[in-house]
Design a protein around this ligand. Structure first.
Ligand code: AMP
Ligand code: GLY
Length: 423
């Protein structure tokens, strides 16, 4: 069986490695993939947003694509799954009308309000003057969110009224996030530990995966700019059995039902970004896809076969499919280029010893003249699995020590918060 995976980062590398464990898998095409995954996949130089070229590739009988996994948010929101289904390719991933749960914050906030799903109080604005007027009396700190996809940067936590005003002007007048700033959400600032819960859902059944904790800020001790994620651990100690039960009852099932009621049945991986507040768990955001780098700790702990689960999701058979996770712990440390997420150099030679390559998920690398070179802000992630979180963290940093490239940067405290919380 041949599989096409759309996307090219560390998350896709983790998905591909897991799919490779299924012995019926022959070829895996990665569109575009990256040079660091060429041992497991054939990289095809087609961008993840080029729906027309992706569909043409999948439909070409010479490529014999049997199944497709669309991993990133952009192609999902742009209707990649709809286009592939239209030519008869079965897919893992939501259609565009369901991917909107991530593609529009206004949509997801209104959905939660309509169906009573716990989230921060909010107001939606499409007029700058009205937003600025609201800010004159709004409680501070406050959170300003651009409506559409903004590469994970469309959220500003304003600690002062002036910061809040500046954020509104930059989104709505200066259009720093383009059309995503046409509509904005201004919402209540919530406090509490954050938990990421990825789930498999076929629109009828929802099966949460093992919980995880991201480390979004660039610097140690959660300082510096927000990034795509500098490291993860799983499970997340704040996600206790009691919290999990409450989430299933008040958030996960109501969300699946709400999407069905809206005629937007969600099939694929639905990611719940949660905050455990003193009033219980609340939704900070939904993503219509696997998280990055959450996937790099969640999938290594999955004991069941990923392809079997994905196909069950596609066919609506999730209820009768085993989804089993190990009771071990995982830690992923992201190695980035110095200067990420702002300005960084690329093109440094990258060496990953053969003996640890199975635990390295490459996000940004390219092969040039037979050499593997760095080619992105986030270069790779090293994941260790162990019987305790302490051991997983220490083993992950040992892997980091064995990977070499100039100009590298990584956080030294991945997992420390979870350890202090008593994992
Ligand atoms: P998002 O892109 O929606 O995940 O937001 C990015 C980050 O901003 C989240 O991971 C939170 O740390 C923070 N954030 C978003 N919304 C809120 C909120 N209402 N209160 C406090 N922090 C928030
Ligand atoms: N790690 C956060 C995300 O994938 O959105």
């Amino acid at each position: 069986m041949n599989i096409m995976v759309v996307g090219g980062g560390g998350r896709e590398h983790a998905i591909i490695k897991k799919l490779r464990e299924n012995s019926t898998v022959d070829k895996i095409y990665a569109l575009p993939g990256n040079g660091g995954m060429s041992a497991e996949a054939e990289c095809v130089n087609i961008g993840a947003k080029d729906i027309e070229a992706i569909t043409a590739f999948a439909g070409d009988p010479a490529n014999a694509v049997d199944y497709a996994v669309v991993a990133p948010d952009d192609p999902l929101v742009l209707g990649c799954v709809d286009a592939l289904e239209a030519i008869g390719i079965p897919c893992f991933g939501p259609r565009a009308n369901a991917a909107i749960i991530e593609g529009s914050k206004v949509f997801s906030k209104n959905l939660m309000k309509k169906y009573g799903i716990p989230t921060a109080q909010y107001e939606v604005f499409d007029d700058m003057d009205a937003a600025l007027k609201y800010l004159e009396t709004a409680p501070i700190p406050t959170v300003i969110k651009a409506d559409g996809l903004a590469l994970g940067k469309g959220v500003i936590i304003a600690m002062t009224r002036e910061e809040a005003r500046n954020a509104v002007v930059s989104m709505m007048q200066d259009k720093v996030f383009g059309k995503s700033g046409d509509h904005i959400v201004i919402e209540e600032f919530l406090e509490g530990p954050e938990v990421s819960v990825l789930s498999f859902t076929d629109g009828k059944t929802v099966v949460p995966m093992i919980s995880s904790m991201d480390h979004k800020r660039a610097g140690d001790n959660d300082t510096g700019l927000n990034t795509g994620g500098m490291g993860t651990v799983a499970p997340n100690p704040y996600y206790t059995d009691a919290v999990a039960e409450e989430c299933m009852e008040k958030i996960f099932l109501p969300t699946i039902h709400a999407m069905n009621a809206e005629g937007r049945s969600f099939k694929g991986c639905l990611y719940f970004g949660l905050m455990i507040t003193k009033d219980g768990p609340k939704v900070i955001e939904y993503n219509c896809r696997f998280g990055d780098p959450e996937t790099q700790v969640v999938l290594p702990l999955l004991e069941s076969d990923l392809l079997t689960i994905m196909q069950a999701v596609t066919d609506g058979r999730l209820a009768e499919t085993e989804v089993k996770f190990s009771d071990k712990y995982a830690c992923c440390v992201i190695m980035a280029s110095e200067g990420y997420p702002v300005k960084y150099e690329k093109g440094f030679e990258l060496t990953i010893p053969e003996e640890i390559a199975d635990r390295v998920y490459v996000a940004g690398a390219v092969i040039r003249d037979g050499k593997l070179l760095t080619n992105g802000g986030r270069v790779l992630g090293c994941t260790a699995v162990a019987g305790s979180l302490k051991e997983a963290v220490s083993e992950a940093y040992k892997l980091v020590d064995r990977v070499h490239f100039d100009n590298q940067y990584y956080r030294h405290d991945i997992g420390q918060r979870a350890l202090k919380a008593g994992c």
